[in-house]
Design a protein around this ligand. Structure first.
Ligand code: PEP
Ligand code: MN
Length: 332
């Protein structure tokens, strides 16, 4: 159950009610919001009279549920807004990893030339092998900060484990939690305390229920700016890297109040399929796209096979604009 306490209820009073109900609580700038275990069915009158509103929820999908908020949450970073009543579809693009100043500067220049304002690049890479390139770490974050200032771009970068979560929160405009980090509750809880948008990627073996429950960790910490990202799940199929779960994305769109961004690059795993999947994603009505682009994909230090080169991406971006306007959306 979610309870919005009346504005005048003090911190001490709220804490006492939370204790009584074994609830979590946060202040949203207006009033205290309590989240009790989902099994709570009824409230006694002494608590009801201190509440403005309450919602009995059937499952642990609570704050993210479209039963709690019918409107899509509005999420903002820099001059970009998604969700709410907007029909914006920003394209977030850039290399899988930041590898050098020259590489990231070339990527930034491409985005600026197309009018795209959010650059992605990982500094802490969750690689399957310990012998693969692990990312530039803090040095990479510092380069991203420099590129942000020089090219007036917003930066999204990922947190891989809790050892560097504070650095990522400090440097990023959007904090990305990767598919492999999605289950790390210390990351989720720390991001719940942050006041910056979080892009939460679905683990590749994660059910939709588990995925949204991970989002609940962040939301219940008081961070109301969570974006979900479908990036492919593991199935029996091995010809493509993962299986792009548009059914899952449709479920999330209908049952949650969180914007959904689609990532065809990681789902497909091969550059040849990314343009078609990106077009399908825009036609689907996603709230944003994540696409990996590299100045020279062949020599990329991670995810080399799936990154688009600059000319393919430039052509695709033009085509996506046409599709977006055909479905009443605006590509950013
Ligand atoms: C990435 O965005 O480069 C990445 C590692 O993605 P995922 O967590 O979806 O594998
Ligand atoms: Mn990648």
């Amino acid at each position: 159950m979610i309870i919005h306490l009346k504005k005048e209820i003090s911190e001490t009073e709220s804490a006492a009610i939370a204790h009584e109900l074994e609830a979590m609580q946060y202040h949203n700038g207006v009033h205290y919001i309590l989240i009790t275990p989902s099994a709570t069915k009824e409230l006694k009158s002494s608590i009801l009279e201190k509440a403005d509103a309450h919602w009995a929820m059937e499952s642990d999908i609570q704050l993210a549920s479209s039963k709690y908020r019918q409107d899509l949450r509005e999420i903002k970073w820099g001059n970009t807004t998604i969700g709410g009543t907007t029909k914006n579809t920003p394209v977030i693009a850039g290399p899988c990893s930041i590898e050098s100043w020259e590489q990231i500067e070339e990527s930034a220049k491409l985005l600026v030339s197309l009018g795209i304002n959010t650059l992605r690049a990982g500094c802490y890479k969750p690689r399957t092998s310990p012998y693969s390139f692990q990312g530039l770490g803090l040095e990479g974050l510092k380069m991203l900060a420099e590129v942000r200032n020089k090219y007036k771009l917003n930066i999204i970068t990922e947190v891989k484990d809790s050892s560097h979560v504070n650095e990522v929160i400090e440097y990023a405009d959007i904090i990305q939690i990767g598919a492999k980090a999605m289950y790390d509750q210390s990351i989720l809880r720390r991001c719940g305390e942050a006041r910056k948008p979080v892009l939460l990627k679905r683990g590749f073996g994660t059910t939709l229920q588990e995925f949204v429950q991970a989002a609940e960790f962040i939301l219940s910490g008081g961070n109301e700016q969570v974006i979900l990202c479908e990036r492919g799940i593991r199935t029996f199929e091995t010809k493509t890297r993962f299986t792009f779960d548009l059914c899952g994305a449709a479920y999330l769109k209908y049952h949650t109040n969180l914007p959904v961004i689609l990532d065809p690059s990681h789902a497909m795993g091969y550059a040849y399929g990314v343009p078609d999947l990106a077009k399908a994603s825009v036609a689907f009505g996603c709230d944003g796209l994540l696409i990996e682009v590299h100045p020279n994909p062949k020599i990329a230090k991670s995810d080399s096979s799936q990154q688009l080169d600059h000319s393919t991406f430039t052509q695709l971006y033009g085509e996506l604009k046409t599709i977006a306007s055909a479905v009443g959306r605006q590509l950013l």
